[in-house]
Design a protein around this ligand. Structure first.
Ligand code: ATP
Ligand code: MG
Length: 723
């Protein structure tokens, strides 16, 4: 696709169209709207694969399909378009795009051109033809019934549907295996004929002809095997792309409450994708394909050697029986091995991430004990698993060799009785070897199969976890929010917790209002913030923004409208600039610089020669605590969201710095809704109203002055206690 406009369209076009959308994005939104499958800007944003911040055609197809549209991209001549093919997004030169809706009389076209504003317009076909690249994205609304199916996951199962997409590759593999097996017969038949016919008669011409024939068969065999490996590899590559993206998407869209277990365990589950892929795209699978041919080989042996076929006919079930007998043990061990891997990874990740604290707190001994425990368990289970596998391998090898000895032993009797020829015996020995060959790999295949199955199960569990953006869900499109926040009788408990973190919380924050949420530690302030961001859903009651339950707003739209600073500052590896702009749609330079200035990032970046290109390591290593906090504040300010939600935004800053930041925030946020969670009285300067949370309930709600009364009351009460 690299030579097609797809690649070119992926460039960073700073679309001058409405809402800063690229022409392709604007076209897609317009067409989707017309087809009554409206799409949100957040959905477009979510479908972007590249970091450069614009939609490629491939992403556009993904986004369209998620919204309930059928999309097809291809080369098509402009004059071929009639009303059955429209609407279609025509890709024009210079990163432009238009939606073609109708062909009008007199070589005119009804199009939507994002460069020319909202409505549809009429243009000459020749004008479009001149700029048309020849590529178009055809769109059609999915049938409603299918749409319902889409809601229940019509995009198909993350794993099986991807495999099914590769069915042609797998059919090729099976066909190739069949051919290879038939050709494999030729060598043994060749030897038989040579022994029985050529040698006694010294028929040299026949020998030459036969050898040439077998030579050709061998060459074919070689070719087919090479091709077969290629088919499997290609199927694997495709599966990699499709499945890999879906798994990562699911991780990103997973609801917070579904995220269970340690970081390391989750990471190791995700990595299991490789085990799974490996199994379905490796030579192991070829061994499985070869299994049915065992029957063919036994049939051929019985044709040429008569009763000699008895030997492999007994040996094969023996090997199979051993394989099946160890199966449950292997399955159990695979499960254990997987759990061990997870806990090992868990300890590892926790240790690496907390190394500084581990050293400082002297926690080495404890971490080492956990590590050794994990290692010991894993090696114990690994040992047992290997022992079982090895037993199966040895039993197979033993049976294989015994079968060859037995066939010779039995064959001699048959030859003396004149029931078989010398050539038939030799051919039977060779064929028996071939018959049992795929079984030799059976034990290993079974082990890997069990690992793959365990991986599949754990990944499937992850893929079934509740997503924030379930397919086929229609959101209320809210590109820009006013900023009214309502908590209506909200109760909430964290997953697996019996006590409610919030109880019957109700309040309304009007657009433009500035509110502080106060309370003691663990009272539930950060929980309120998480609910506002839709990171968790209330157990009872509702959280509304602009009167709409936030469950009906695309989480992407919501979070783009709520600039948020979380209590735990988290930066990513990359430059300071990237860290500030990380979530913004298409930030302009001046927007980043403005946000940085207000948050006080400029003050320390100025002193650094690398400036905004200063590279940060993971988690913002390389900066002080206060500096990190400033960057995360700047991140919340980019794009001037109508709502600002800040959880302890200045807790790591010094008094002077904090004062400056507050002063700048005050002018910056004059017209916006601001919610600040804090312990610091200095931040109260920014607000007019306070909401006090105590043990998950609203203890007080009113203008700032109520604080003075409360503290006066508390002092009086304290004074009396002291007396
Ligand atoms: P602080 O001032 O210390 O930040 P806070 O008011 O922000 O406190 P929250 O973080 O909202 O407190 O926590 C409220 C309660 O919910 C606490 O009792 C805490 O134990 C519990 N809690 C917080 N996060 C989780 C979680 N992820 N899982 C389970 N319980 C949690
Ligand atoms: Mg908190």
């Amino acid at each position: 696709m690299s030579d097609s406009p797809v690649a070119r369209l992926g460039g960073s076009v700073q679309g001058e169209a409405a809402n800063d959308l690229t022409p392709l994005e604007a076209c897609l939104l317009h067409a989707a709207e017309t087809l009554e499958r409206p799409m949100t800007v957040a959905a477009l944003h979510a479908a972007q694969s590249g970091a450069q911040g614009s939609l490629t055609v491939r992403d556009a197809i993904v986004a369209a399909e998620r919204a309930g549209l059928q999309a097809g991209f291809g080369k098509r001549r402009l004059r071929d378009f009639d009303d059955t093919l429209t609407p279609a997004i025509l890709i024009l030169e210079n990163n432009r795009a238009v939606v073609l809706y109708h062909r009008l009389p007199g070589e005119r076209l009804a199009v939507f051109d994002p460069a020319l504003g909202e409505g549809m317009g009429e243009v000459d076909a020749a004008t479009i033809e001149a700029a048309y690249t020849g590529y178009a994205l055809l769109l059609r609304a999915e049938h409603r019934a299918d749409l319902a199916a889409l809601a229940s996951g019509r995009r198909g199962h993350w794993f099986w549907s991807t495999l099914a997409q590769n069915r042609w590759a797998y059919t090729q593999v099976v066909l190739a295996a069949m051919l290879a097996n038939f050709l494999g017969l030729s060598t043994s038949l060749f030897i038989m004929v040579v022994y029985d016919r050529v040698l006694p008669n010294e028929a040299m011409e026949s020998l030459i002809a036969l050898t040439a024939g077998v030579g050709v068969a061998l060459l074919f065999d070689f070719l087919i095997k090479t091709l077969r490996a290629g088919f499997i590899d290609r199927a694997g590559q495709r599966a990699d792309m499709a499945m890999g993206r879906r798994i990562f998407d699911q991780l990103l869209d997973m609801q917070m409450r579904a995220r269970k277990g340690s970081t390391g365990a989750l990471a190791s589950t995700l990595r299991e994708f490789e085990t799974l892929r490996e199994f379905f795209t490796s030579a192991t699978l070829v061994a499985v394909v070869d299994l049915p041919f065992i029957i063919l080989f036994i049939g051929v042996i019985s044709l040429i050697g008569g009763p000699l076929a008895l030997v492999p006919a007994i040996a094969v079930p023996v090997v199979l029986a051993v394989g099946i007998a160890v199966q449950p043990i292997l399955s159990r061990l695979a499960e254990k091995n997987f759990a061990d891997g997870q806990s090992k990874q868990g300890v590892l990740v926790e240790t690496v991430a907390g190394l500084e604290t581990i050293k400082a707190a002297g926690a080495q001994r404890r971490m080492r004990a956990r590590w050794e425990d994990a290692i010991a368990r894993q090696s114990d289970h690994g040992l047992r698993s290997r022992a079982v596998t090895q037993f199966a391998i040895n039993a197979t090898a033993f049976t294989q060799q015994a079968a060859q000895v037995m066939i010779v032993f039995y064959g001699v009797f048959l030859i003396t009785d004149g029931k078989a020829s010398m050539g038939a015996l030799i051919a039977s020995v060779i064929l028996t070897g071939r018959t049992l060959a795929p079984l030799a790999q059976l034990a290993q295949t079974l082990t890997r199969f069990n690992q793959a199955r365990t991986s599949y199960r754990s990944l499937d569990r992850l893929m079934k976890a509740d997503s924030e953006r379930p397919e086929g869900r229609n959101w209320i499109s809210r590109p820009r929010l006013e900023g009214e926040i309502t908590f209506d009788d909200v109760s909430f408990a964290y997953p697996d917790q019996t006590v409610d973190a919030l109880r019957n919380i109700s309040f309304t924050i009007k657009p433009g209002e500035k509110v502080a949420i106060l309370g003691r530690i663990g009272s539930g302030k950060s929980t309120v913030a998480r609910l506002m961001l839709g990171l968790y859903e209330p157990r009872q009651g509702s959280v509304r923004v602009d009167g709409i339950d936030i469950r009906q707003i695309d989480p992407g739209d919501l979070r783009r409208n709520v600039g948020s600073v979380l209590q735990d500052v988290w930066l990513f590896s990359g430059t300071v600039r990237e860290n500030i702009a990380i979530g913004a749609m298409r930030p302009r330079d001046h927007e980043i610089l403005d946000a940085a200035r207000i948050a006080g990032v400029e003050d320390f970046v100025k002193r650094n020669p690398a400036g905004y290109d200063l590279m940060l390591a993971e988690r913002g290593e390389g900066l002080s605590g206060g500096q990190k906090q400033a960057i995360s504040l700047a991140r919340a300010l980019v794009g001037r969201p109508p709502i600002l939600l800040m959880d302890e935004p200045t807790s790591a800053m010094d008094v002077q710095n904090e004062g400056e930041v507050i002063a700048r925030l005050k002018t910056e946020c004059a017209d916006r809704t601001v919610v600040i969670v804090t312990h610091r009285t200095s931040l109260l300067e920014l607000v007019d109203r306070v909401i006090v949370i105590d043990q998950g309930r609203v203890a007080a709600d009113g203008p700032k002055s109520i604080l003075n009364r409360r503290s006066a009351g508390a002092a009086r009460a304290g004074g009396q206690d002291g007396a």
